[in-house]
Each structure stands twice: as C-alpha cells, then as structure tokens.
Ligand binder design. Structure first.
Ligand code: ADP
Ligand code: MG
Length: 241
C-alpha cells in the first residue's frame, strides 16, 4: 500500500459537532460552503492529483481546482442569487470548465441539487436531504456507478444514507470519509481506474476523496454560519423544511 493510499488529509473540523443537527441554510451559507470547498481544494490539489496519478491520469486535483476557481468567479457575479441558483451556476460552470469524468458528474450533482432546492431563500435538513438525493441520482444517471465500483458514489451514497438517518452534517461527513477510505481495497469498475483492473486495488479513489472533502466543507460552513448567528444573538427567518 502506498503512502497516498492511507492519507486522510483533513480532520473533522469542529469540536462538539457530533451533537450538532443541521440547521437553516441560506444563500450566504451556500456561498461560504463553496468558498470553503475552493480553499480546501487549493490546499489538497496536489494530494488529489497524486491519488489520480496512481490509478488515473494525474489530473483530478487540477480539474477540481480549476472548476472551483471558475465557480467562485461566477457566483461572485450573481449577487442576489438564491441557494438553488448558486448551485445551478456552480453546476453549469463545472460542466463548461472541467473536462473528463469529474466535470459532467459533479456538474450534474450541483445542477440537480439546485433544481431540488427550487426558489427557496433558505432551507433546512429535509430539503437538504432532497438535494443530496437528487445529486446522487444525477451522478448515477450520468455515470452508472454503484456503491463498490470505487468512485465518488462510494462517498456520496453513504453520506446521504447517514444524513437520512439522523439529519446531522457531522454524520454525513464521517460516512463520506469512511466511504472514501473503504475505496482503498476495492477494484475499480468504472472510469479510467477500471482500465487497471486488479492493479487499482490498494489506492484511495480520487473522486471519493474530493466528495468527502465537500462534506467536510459543508459541515464547516453550516456550523460556522450557525455560531455566527448565535454570536450575533439573531435568528434568521427560514422555512426550516
Ligand atoms: P478523469 O478520470 O476523466 O481524468 P477525474 O480524474 O477528474 O476525471 O476524476 C476521476 C474520478 O471520477 C474518479 O476517481 C471517480 O471517483 C470518478 N468517476 C469516474 N467515473 C465515474 C463514474 N462512471 N461514476 C461516478 N464517478 C466516476
Ligand atoms: Mg483523472
């Protein structure tokens, strides 16, 4: 097993998050989530590329970083966007700026999540669950990967399952990271890594790793947003659905 195969680059982000339940998320929080993802992707670009060098073509970190840099520019231009519009913009930007497998797959995931949120100005755990379901459905419609095929689905699907059970971002983040680690002993059945056959065993999947990163960022953004609101002593109005 290589060093890259066992590395887990980011810790759980906030102490006490085990007890947290997902709260209300608005456009500002979605922006800050995308911003945290962009920052983390920049920090992990080389790590993701190194993972992809072992079982692919060494471009996943570069692809994701390029995509999210473009996403941050585009959402910076749309000041009054709702959460759904922000995610749809992110999805369209991803499709148009990122090639390979990750572009259309993540692009579809963001687009479908944005569709699921509709025009809501804010959303709670139930609507977030709908958005995550729509993302997974979109990824599987485009890529036809099942759990165990050693792809991003191995992180996304358990994260969705954990969130469904408890509606906790911390639970989703842990399940995504566990799914990411569980790709190491798998043989790839989808994507470029599948060309390697048994030689893909013993390596962590790059796409499952970037998906786990996104769940860690989501937890960080939601909790930071909540503690800011408590610190300000205010309660934002929201649908809470
Ligand atoms: P490419 O493989 O075209 O170079 P990337 O390197 O950016 O694209 O992304 C590779 C990641 O995409 C893989 O690690 C895997 O998680 C994901 N992936 C590849 N094919 C599929 C698929 N059919 N369904 C879901 N995810 C996939
Ligand atoms: Mg690649």
């Amino acid at each position: 097993m290589t060093a890259a195969a066992v590395a887990v680059p980011w810790p759980g982000c906030v102490p006490g998050s085990r007890r947290e339940a997902a709260g209300i998320v608005d456009a500002a929080c979605v922006r800050s989530w995308l911003g945290v993802v962009a920052t983390r992707l920049e920090a992990e670009r080389d790590f993701l590329t190194q993972l992809d060098a072992a079982i692919g073509d060494a471009d996943h970190g570069v692809n994701m970083h390029r995509g999210f840099t473009a996403v941050m520019v585009r959402i910076g231009e749309s000041e009054d966007a709702t959460p759904g519009q922000l995610l749809k913009t992110a999805g369209r930007t991803f499709v148009s700026t990122v090639g390979g497998a990750a572009g259309p797959l993540y692009g579809t995931a963001f687009l479908q999540a944005g569709e699921a949120l509709g025009d809501a100005a804010s959303f709670g755990p139930r609507l977030l669950l709908d958005a995550l379901r729509a993302s997974l459905e979109g990824v599987q419609r485009v890529g036809a990967a099942a759990v165990g095929d050693k792809t991003m689905v191995d992180a996304l699907s358990p994260a969705l399952g954990a969130f469904e059970l408890e509606l906790r971002m911390g639970g989703a983040r842990e399940a995504a990271a566990e799914g990411m680690r569980a790709t190491i002993p798998l043989q790839a059945r989808k994507g470029r890594a599948s060309y390697l056959g048994p030689r893909s065993v013993g390596h962590q999947d790059p796409g499952a790793t970037s998906t786990a990163l996104m769940f860690a960022a989501l937890e960080q953004a939601v909790l930071a947003d909540r503690s800011q609101r408590f610190a300000a002593g205010t309660r934002r109005r929201g649908s809470g659905t």
